[in-house]
Structures are given as structure tokens and as C-alpha cells.
Design a protein around this ligand. Structure first.
Ligand SMILES: C[S@@+](CC[C@H](N)C(=O)[O-])C[C@H]1O[C@@H](n2cnc3c(N)ncnc32)[C@H](O)[C@@H]1O
Length: 220
């Protein structure tokens, strides 16, 4: 049963307790994404390998799984971690301490001011944790404009409902996670995402893999 209270920004960060962070990689990346959403961990890491630059900001860092697996080619990359949940920032900064990351406790929907700009910005798995429909979530794309160098790559992935109906198990998990307000993506579609990207960026790509839409775009 759906709750009448609107999904709020704090709902999108509530599961990232110390226990939640310990369970995230095995349960969400290892089990749910691979077997229910039909998107193996290698696909997320491959997106990072393709788009990551040596001057990078990660927005919505979770446990830092993809960055940890992907690594950087450059010997001394600049890495910034941006998140509304202090637990995620602390966990990921410790995991990636070898890169001496900068950390910023910010709501990604608000303009990211006062941070020197980057050549790549990742939005991995954050859009499906934000309030509102895709049009409202796209505030994130506007908010990160100040931290994008000209031509910077913005990339990421988010759950969309395009392929949910295909399978009973997916439908159950989708409904449960939306009802529990762990995610908020009932009405999100790849087409809606593409629309928001193309009105703001150039060279936009959106590709469905299982229940995720993977996207990339370039800042003007
Ligand atoms: C599903 S996790 C993504 C983890 C990681 N990027 C990955 O791909 O595995 C979502 C992340 O977005 C963060 N988040 C949710 N709402 C946010 C907001 N309004 N501003 C900044 N971060 C937010 C959460 O705290 C969490 O770290």
C-alpha cells in the first residue's frame, strides 16, 4: 500500500546506516541488481571505465563500489565525493583514502557552488532516490552546472519502469521498494530521462540494461 506522505529528500538517504552500508554491496549490487534488475555489477563498472576522468566528482556515492572497482589510470587523480548522507561520505572516503578524496555534504538538487569544476561527474543510482518526477529530479542536472568544466562528461544510471512489467519478481521488488520509500521511481522512464538530458546537454545517450537506464552527456 502506498503512503500518502510525499517522498522527501531524507527518504532517499535513510537506508544508509552503518548496517545498511555493510549490506549494500552484497545485497544490492551483488544480488538485487544482478538477479532481479538484470544488471550485473560489471556493467556499472564498465560505465565508469568508459567515462571516468582524472578530475572527477561522484554525486550520490553510496559505498563507492564502482570507483573502488574501476580505479583511475592517472597516478594522482582529483576525486570529490558529494552526498547528503554523512555515513556514505565517511564510508566511501575511507574506502577510497588512497585517492585523498575531497568530501562535500550537499543536497545534489541545490546548486553546487564553491567547488572547483571537474571533467567528469557521475550520478550513479541517485536519481531513483530523489523526490518528485523526472522533471523535478532534473534539478540535479542544473545544480551540477557550476562544477562542470566545458565539455565535461556527466554519466550515470537509474532505475526506470520500462522493463518492470516483464517479470513477477521484478514487479514485487519494485513495488516493495517504492512502497517502503527506499526508492522513488514508479513513473520514471528512459524517455523522460532522455528528454531532461537533451534540453540541457549535448551528445546525450540513454541505453536500457535490464531495469536501469544508463546515460551520458556532455556539458556545453
Ligand atoms: C543508490 S545509492 C548510489 C550508490 C552508488 N553511486 C552506486 O552506484 O552504487 C544513492 C546515493 O545517493 C545519495 N543521495 C540521495 N539523495 C541525495 C541528495 N538529495 N543529495 C545528495 N545525495 C543524495 C545517498 O545518500 C546515496 O549515497
Amino acid at each position: 500500500m502506498s503512503s500518502a506522505t510525499p517522498y522527501a529528500a531524507r527518504d532517499g538517504i535513510k537506508v544508509y546506516t552503518r548496517l545498511g552500508l555493510r549490506l549494500y554491496d552484497p545485497l544490492i549490487v551483488g544480488l538485487l541488481a544482478r538477479h532481479v534488475w538484470q544488471c550485473p555489477a560489471e556493467t556499472f563498472v564498465a560505465a565508469y571505465r568508459k567515462h571516468l576522468r582524472a578530475n572527477h566528482a561522484d554525486v550520490g556515492v553510496g559505498t563507492g563500489y564502482c570507483l573502488d572497482q574501476c580505479g583511475f589510470d592517472a597516478p594522482a587523480p582529483r576525486l570529490a565525493l558529494i552526498d547528503l548522507q554523512p555515513n556514505c561520505l565517511g564510508f566511501t572516503a575511507r574506502r577510497l583514502a588512497r585517492y585523498r578524496p575531497e568530501t562535500y555534504l550537499r543536497d545534489a538538487r541545490k546548486p553546487l557552488l564553491g567547488i572547483p569544476a571537474f571533467d567528469s561527474v557521475a550520478l550513479g543510482g541517485i536519481l531513483h532516490c530523489l523526490p518528485g518526477d523526472m522533471r523535478e529530479k532534473a534539478a540535479v542536472f542544473d545544480a551540477l552546472r557550476p562544477i562542470c568544466n566545458p565539455g565535461a562528461t556527466v554519466f550515470g544510471f537509474t532505475l526506470v519502469n520500462d522493463a518492470i512489467a516483464a517479470n513477477h519478481c521484478r514487479r514485487l521488488a519494485w513495488r516493495a521498494l517504492n512502497d517502503l520509500r527506499v526508492v522513488n521511481c514508479r513513473d520514471d522512464t528512459a524517455a523522460g530521462l532522455r528528454h531532461e538530458l537533451t534540453t540541457r546537454f549535448r551528445d546525450c545517450t540513454v541505453e536500457n540494461v535490464g531495469c536501469f537506464a544508463f546515460f551520458s552527456a556532455r556539458a556545453h
